[in-house]
Design a protein around this ligand. Structure first.
Ligand SMILES: C[S@@+](CC[C@H](N)C(=O)[O-])C[C@H]1O[C@@H](n2cnc3c(N)ncnc32)[C@H](O)[C@@H]1O
Length: 402
C-alpha cells in the first residue's frame, strides 16, 4: 500500500531514513512528508516507532472533480462499509489547493453528505460526525481537479506521545525535540544535559532514544485500531517486540531549570515515562551558576527566545549563555535551538554547524558549538589561520569572525 508520513519542514530526510529502517520502501521525499510503500504491518510499525512523523496516512481513492457534484459522486464511488459502519463516527479534514473549490469547508461538507447518504440508503441509519475523537479520520486532498481521499491511521498527532501531561509557557514539540537529538549526533553514552529543560521534553526524548524505547510503548491509542481490518494480534506482537528491544543503559541524562514549577512539571512527566527514571534527573539550578558535572557532556538546549517567555534583554541573555559555555563547559558539545536569530548571533561562539528548523511557523537555527579547552586547539581552516595570524592572539578566539 502507499503510505504518507507527514512531518515538520526540515525533518523530511531524517524521517525518510527512519522509515527505511522500519521497512518502508520506494520512499519519495515530499514537502513536509515522506511517501513510501509498505504493508499494513509497516503502517503499524511507523506509528509505533516513528520519532519524527506527525501522522501516517494512506490513500484509498483517487478521482477528478471540478464541481461539488463531481466531488460528491467521486466520494460515493467508495464502498464506505469496507472502512466503517453506520454506528461509527467520522471526521473530515481538508487540504485544498484548487481554483475549483474556494471553500474547503464546503468541500468537506460534500464528502460528509456522500458518506452519510450512502449509509442511509443502505441501512436507513446515518453515521455521526465526531471531530474530537472519530473512529475514522478522513482527509480530503484536492490539487486543482485531482482529488484524493486518505485515511489517517494515527488519529491524534504522533507528537502526543502520552508522557507530557504538564507543560510550561513554551514547550517544545516532542517530534522537534526528538529531531534535535538526531541532528546532534549524540552517541547515547556521553552524559547528556539540557540546562534550560522546561517541562523536560528534550531530556525525555533523549532518554527514550538512548534506551531504544519506541514512542508507542507509552501511547497506546491509534486510529487504525478502530479500522475494520484492525489486526490486534499483529499490533500486540509488535508491542511485545518493542518491549523486548528496550536497552539497558547507564547513560546519565540531566535536566535543569531555574524555575521550580518547571522542574516539578518535568519530574511529573518523568513519572509518566516508565523505565527511564534510573537514567534521568531534574534539578532546580540557574544555568549561569552551573558547574560542569562531567568532564565531557552533550548539551542540548532551547533557551527562551522572547516570544512566549519574556526576557529583559534577550541579546545580553544569549551573550551570557555563550560566556558560561566558553568558561565552564570546555570539552563539551553544545547545541542551541532558537528562533531569535539575532540573539543567537550574540552567543559569541563560532558554530561548527547550523541546521535550519521550524519551531511552529518560526524559522529557527539549531547551532552546534564545539567547546575546546584552552590547551587544546583544533586545526584551523586556511581562512581562520589567516585571521589568527592577523590578530595574533595567544588564546583561542571564540568570537564570531563575521
Ligand atoms: C523555551 S523554554 C524550554 C522549553 C522546554 N524545551 C520544554 O519542552 O518544555 C526555556 C526554559 O528556560 C528556563 N530558563 C530561563 N532562564 C534560565 C536560567 N538562567 N537557568 C536555567 N533555566 C532557565 C525557563 O524557565 C524555561 O523553562
Amino acid at each position: 500500500m502507499k503510505i504518507i508520513a507527514r512531518t515538520f519542514a526540515g525533518l523530511e530526510e531524517i524521517l525518510e531514513k527512519e522509515i527505511i529502517s522500519l521497512g518502508g520502501t520506494e520512499t519519495i521525499i515530499r514537502k513536509r512528508a515522506v511517501e513510501f510503500k509498505g504493508y499494513l504491518e509497516t503502517l503499524y510499525k511507523v506509528n509505533i516507532w516513528s520519532r519524527f512523523a506527525l501522522d501516517v496516512l494512506t490513500p484509498i481513492h483517487k478521482f477528478q472533480a471540478k464541481t461539488t457534484d463531481q466531488l460528491y459522486k467521486g466520494v460515493l464511488d467508495i464502498n464506505w462499509s469496507k472502512y466503517m459502519s453506520e454506528d461509527s463516527t467520522f471526521a473530515i479534514k481538508t487540504i485544498v489547493y484548487s481554483s475549483h473549490f474556494n471553500h474547503s469547508q464546503f468541500a468537506a461538507l460534500k464528502v460528509k453528505d456522500a458518506i452519510v447518504d450512502q449509509f442511509r440508503e443502505k441501512t436507513g441509519v446515518r453515521p455521526d460526525v465526531d471531530t474530537y475523537k472519530p473512529d475514522l479520520a478522513i482527509t480530503l486532498r484536492i490539487s486543482e481537479h485531482k482529488c484524493e481521499i486518505l485515511l489517517n491511521s494515527s488519529g491524534a498527532p504522533l507528537f502526543k506521545r502520552g508522557y507530557r501531561r504538564a507543560t510550561g509557557a513554551a514547550p517544545l514539540n516532542e517530534v522537534l525535540a526528538a529531531s534535535l537529538i538526531e541532528f546532534s549526533g549524540w552517541n547515547y553514552k556521553t552524559p547528556f544535559i539540557d540546562p534550560m529543560c522546561g517541562s523536560g521534553t528534550i531530556v525525555l526524548e533523549a532518554a527514550m532514544r538512548a534506551k531504544n524505547m519506541a514512542p508507542g510503548l507509552v501511547r497506546k491509542d491509534y486510529s487504525f485500531q478502530k479500522w475494520k481490518n484492525y489486526d490486534s494480534e499483529m499490533y500486540e506482537t509488535m508491542i511485545a517486540e518493542a518491549k523486548s528491544k528496550v536497552r539497558d543503559t547507564r547513560v546519565i541524562i540531566k535536566g535543569y531549570d531555574n524555575d521550580l514549577e518547571m522542574v516539578q512539571a518535568a519530574k511529573f512527566n518523568l513519572k509518566n515515562l516508565p523505565g527511564v527514571s534510573r537514567n534521568v534527573t531534574f534539578d532546580k539550578q540557574d544555568f549561569f551558576t552551573l558547574e560542569k558535572p562531567f568532564k565531557k557532556a552533550f548539551i542540548v538546549m532551547n533557551p527562551p527566545y522572547d516570544k512566549r517567555i519574556e526576557l529583559l534583554d534577550t541579546e545580553s541573555f544569549y551573550n551570557k549563555i555563550g560566556t558560561q559555555l566558553k568558561h565552564h563547559f570546555e570539552d563539551c558539545d553544545a547545541f542551541i535551538l532558537s528562533s531569535n536569530l539575532d540573539a543567537l548571533k550574540r552567543i559569541g561562539l563560532k558554530p561548527n554547524k547550523k541546521t535550519v528548523l521550524y519551531n511552529g511557523p518560526d524559522e529557527s537555527k539549531f547551532n552546534h558549538y564545539q567547546l575546546y579547552s584552552g590547551s587544546k586547539r583544533y586545526e584551523p581552516s586556511m581562512e581562520r589561520k589567516k585571521f589568527l595570524q592577523k590578530n595574533a592572539t595567544s588564546e583561542l578566539d571564540y568570537q564570531e569572525e563575521e
